[in-house]
Write a protein that binds this ligand. Sequence first.
Ligand SMILES: Nc1ncnc2c1ncn2[C@@H]1O[C@H](COP(=O)(O)OP(=O)(O)OP(=O)(O)O)[C@@H](O)[C@H]1O
Ligand SMILES: [Mg+2]
Length: 235
Amino acid sequence: MLQLNNVDVCYGSFKALNNIAMTVETGELVVLLGANGAGKSSLFNTISGLNRPTRGEIAFGGRRIDGLKPSAVVEAGVVQCAEGRKLFPQMSVQENLMMGAYVHRRDKQGNRQRLREMYELYPILEEKKDQPAGSLSGGQQQMVAIGRAMMGRPRLLMLDEPSLGLAPLVVRQMFETIQKINGLGTTVLLAEQNAFAALKIATRAYVMENGQLVMEGDRETMLGNENVRKAYIGA
Ligand SMILES: Nc1ncnc2c1ncn2[C@@H]1O[C@H](COP(=O)(O)OP(=O)(O)OP(=O)(O)O)[C@@H](O)[C@H]1O
Ligand SMILES: [Mg+2]
């Protein structure tokens, strides 16, 4: 479904991504592990069209998407839920959700249906739909951010560190809903530092260090790998 070949990304003279080769198959939940500054967000922003690769190709559904505008990448079916949520805090929960449906703005009925699905996934958001998004708890704001991305009707949903700053119980619930979204048919690419919780729901994972992918394997392989455990799980 998603394929990257030999992708490099530079910020000025600094090479943030080096020779990235990666695939995500339809239906998978692929986790991208990596420490602070490894290059996870740089990779996501490159797939979303916010960064331009200086070398290499990115294809989605067999079609090149590198070089497309971010809005065209969304229309192609790839939607990113950015690190740090980036909500519009004064706007209501429902207005924030509807912002995600912008590329489908002409399909009002489809958007109403999708909004109902999001309220089924996150019932608390329906209760709070008229409240300013900024008044919600951190976990609820993260639900709004994921729900907003889902309103773009992604075939591939990219989640950049959704557990950042959330309490452990909230993190667990959030991973459950990510698994549910995947189970309902959306392919997921998830960047996380919370390695154990992420690997538990993963099909497969990559490890990124200093802008390079240094390891790849399925859930069992990664959970059983001593280097992964030492570096990211602490057991
Ligand atoms: N716009 C930019 N200009 C210059 N350097 C950047 C820019 N964005 C990121 N970097 C650098 O690129 C490297 C990778 O950063 P990136 O944000 O992609 O890492 P990350 O894995 O997402 O980290 P974190 O877990 O902290 O979010 C870092 O050294 C960072 O300082
Ligand atoms: Mg990041």
